[in-house]
Design a protein around this ligand. Sequence first.
Ligand code: SIN
Length: 465
Amino acid sequence: MSNSFIVKNPATGEALATIERDSEEVILQKIATGNDAFQTWKKTNAHERSKLLSKWSTLIQEHKASIAEVMTKENGKPLAESLGEVDYATSYIDWYAEEAKRLYGRTIPSHANGKELIVQQHPIGLVGAITPWNFPAAMMTRKAAPALAAGCTFIVKPAEETPLTTIRLVELAHEAGIPEDVIQCVSGRGRVIGSLFTESPYIKKITFTGSTPVGKQLIKDSAATVKSVTMELGGHAPVIVAEDANIDLAVEQTIITKFRNAGQTCVCANRVIVHESIVEEFSKKLAERTKKLVVGNGLDQKTDVGPVINKGSYEKITDQIADAVNKGATILAGAQYDVDHDKEYYFIHPTILTDVTEEMDIMHEETFGPVAPITTYKELDEAIEIANNTPYGLAAYFFTDNYRIGNYLFNHLDYGIIGWNDGAPSAAHVPFGGMKESGLGREGGIEGIEPYLETKYLSIGNLYE
Ligand code: SIN
């Protein structure tokens, strides 16, 4: 088996770099080093950790243009989105640089004379992170920043499709003064590193963003050493457009949540469920707006939608479109492909399907691509039933100006993240994560640092008569 791999530009097939995979010995050595480094990093005071994180963020911002260019080349997303992702990535570092200083404990009023009851938060230890290709910067900093802020050491395995952005961010962390053993990058096959991480007694926490099947395996394997896990897994986001919705707003926000990163985000809209009285107007407007999106190489300033990441993605998406059409769906926009199998690039034009029914695969499988299937409902409870009819529970969106409808939907949708008249709810200072098979735990916000902390309770007795 080859011990190196080539990172390719998904827009052109051009080889960008050859990366050596670390041997098992090297990975185990890095894990041991990360564990040793924990013994000193945890004693670095919170204000010092905060300053180092801020310096890291500043350096990333100073190199924003070059990082964004590398990201676009290895991931394919438009340059404007890569620039936005660099900001998104540093917003996590900035947020947790502040949170490092606010990891308060508490004193609990005692039930007995001469006793004091004290609670403190301690870092959990060395963290093993496995990050995805769709957000090579932000998904790394969303994990690394709270871990380092809490006093944990960190070792990351980036996706083989997009390691270059992560490698650069880790270099900049070292340049900022964060010790080399405190944040490390390992390279190798997911399955090999996943096993080495989960088997290691030194790694105290696994944090993963990726598919639900891989997440389930990591959870299972982590049981052997009773590791803490944070899992950001698949999604199948519904968008409900209510009878009274502002249709233009719903169209614009659906475009944002559906076609960002060529539909390759876990929180992308996957099913659009529209009240039957407005479906014609909504679908027509959505299709018109979709046809204006420019598909191409992300380095071209005009591009709105880049390629999908690889052949596997392309086949899954086009199979879903074909299945829907075979079962009676109508194509209102897109379903055109610019593909070169030799060069290995795959562009899918943003696609709108109507007359979609529950029998179609696209209504049950995560698409991870630029396709919006539209189905209809009569009564609100029917929309909720369609929306909740999935093992996933990450993000859901709805559009209504009616407070009662909005409140009802918020309370009945089984999702961890909900956007009400809002297609872009993610931010560093809010909790991101899913219910059901979409994951365990939350990242971002005050919730996002808790998984990197252990609660220690001290009971002191015999203090006074
Ligand atoms: C993801 O796709 O997992 C991340 C999307 C986001 O942070 O908004």
